[in-house]
Design a protein around this ligand. Structure first.
Ligand SMILES: Nc1nc2c(c(=O)[nH]1)N[C@H]1C(S)=C(S)[C@@H](COP(=O)(O)O)O[C@H]1N2
Ligand SMILES: [Mo]
Length: 415
């Protein structure tokens, strides 16, 4: 497969050689070359760069095109999104510099010493927390995905032609560290009476506000100040954000400044005019929080080209907002036949799970697909089934099986 970097490891080469019956020769070192002593490259002859050249490390300059990209220009100032380069990532953790971004009014530059979190409403002892207060509470670190409910929305009307970064890249998975929402609620004396909801508000110019059902999130939601071991990046909510595992990305309110315990949802803009899903009969689904099980093949994917016949690992990601991934099946014949992919273990609760399936490409045109099943038994639907259930105006929560076509020349397309 060509793309910038695809030379197989030596062990894999042996497997490839046998599977490909010689067809892999183009990228294998010649036997004669292997008999000569290894060449000594320029970088082996002199000492390398000094230590602390970059006190905060950077990726290799050969990886310079593995960056976030935007799918479209947004019409309003500060309202924008950038997408994670899924085709070039490995494992299941998204590095902090590549976590997708979605801002409704740009990235505020918040001084953590001036930032406050207010917890008030139907609580006995309302309180203002400084960051120091929050850092003194018991913390927890957990790995969870965040997916924007608008992710893959460009496939509602059929194959968009776009590569996986632009179809599925509003998706990331980090280890988040923070204080449990339930711990913070204990700090204000618990909740009173029948109060079943909490309003979360951001300190950005959009003042993003969402109402969340307390019972459903109490045992999981985190008020997080760190991602993948370091403090949050400004674009991901520095100094404080809400993490609501499994819920649509919009509810993970960034730059969190206020939590108000209430007895009913407040019907904010982001849960009425936006983030509701219009059905074919004219009614809308509201408060559609959980992200349904979904999967996508990230390699090979559009933009890659298979250069020779023979072995290719099919690799991708699966996730569910309702629990763990139980199974991923892969098809290479357009969905006629399916086989079970290997899952990287442990398959974590509400986190990305990497899958892989072995494949021997004969050189015939092929259509590769993946289908996820989660721990509730829910199976990722076909696009036809999803459209039949939801119509074409839902806009959000598109989770259908994604197909990539491979032609006889090895070109991979979203067609
Ligand atoms: N305060 C605030 N929180 C916000 C947003 C925002 O614009 N303002 N965007 C939301 C949306 S729509 C998504 S998908 C996620 C994106 O999180 P990320 O930018 O860290 O990937 O944050 C959510 N939280
Ligand atoms: Mo979003």
């Amino acid at each position: 497969m060509t793309s910038r970097k695809s030379s197989p490891s030596p062990g894999r080469r042996r497997l490839l050689g046998s599977l490909a019956a010689g067809g892999f020769a183009a990228s294998q070192a010649g036997a004669a070359e292997l008999l000569r002593p290894l060449e000594i490259a320029a970088w082996s002859k002199t000492p390398g760069a000094p230590i602390l050249e970059h006190p905060y490390g950077l990726p290799s300059r050969y990886e310079a095109d593995v960056v976030r990209r935007a799918a479209k220009a947004w019409p309003l100032p500060g309202a924008a999104s950038s997408m994670t380069p899924l085709a070039d990532l490995h494992g299941s953790i998204t590095p902090n510099g590549l976590v997708y971004e979605r801002h409704h009014a740009g990235v505020p530059d918040i001084d953590p010493s001036l930032h406050r979190l207010a917890i008030h409403g139907l609580v006995p002892n309302p309180k203002l927390f400084t960051m120091d207060d929050i850092l003194r509470l018991p913390s927890e670190s957990r790995i969870h995905f965040i997916e924007c409910s608008g992710n893959t929305g460009n496939e509602w009307n059929g194959p968009s032609g776009m590569p996986v970064q632009l179809t599925h890249g509003l998706l990331s998975c980090c280890e988040w560290t923070g204080v449990r929402l339930s711990t913070l609620l204990e700090e204000v004396g618990g909740i009173t009476g029948t109060s079943g909801w909490v309003l979360a508000e951001g300190a950005d110019a959009a003042a993003m506000t969402r109402s969340l059902p307390l019972q459903r999130i109490a045992d999981r939601a985190l008020v997080a100040y760190a991602q993948n071991g370091e403090r949050l990046r400004p674009e991901n909510g520095y100094p404080l954000r809400l993490i609501v595992p499994g819920f649509e990305g919009n509810t993970h309110v960034k730059w969190l400044r206020r939590l108000k315990v209430v007895d009913a949802p407040l019907q904010t803009r982001e849960e009425t005019s936006k983030y509701t899903n219009l059905l074919a009969d004219g009614t809308a689904r509201q408060f559609v929080f959980e992200m349904d099980a979904k999967s996508v093949i990230t390699r090979p994917s559009p933009g890659h080209r298979l250069t020779t016949h023979g072995f290719y690992p099919i690799s991708g990601l699966a996730w569910s907002g309702r629990g763990t991934i139980r199974q991923v099946e892969v098809s290479t014949d357009g969905g006629t036949s399916w086989r079970t992919a290997r899952l990287e273990t442990p398959a974590r609760d509400r986190a990305l799970t990497r899958f892989q399936a072995d494949w021997n490409w004969t050189g015939e045109p092929a259509s590769i697909l993946s289908r996820a099943t989660d721990s509730t038994g829910y199976v990722q639907p076909t696009r036809e089934a999803l459209v039949a259930a939801r119509g074409l105006n839902s806009q959000y929560h598109y989770n259908a099986i994604q197909q990539w076509r491979i032609d006889a020349a090895g070109e991979v397309r979203n067609a």
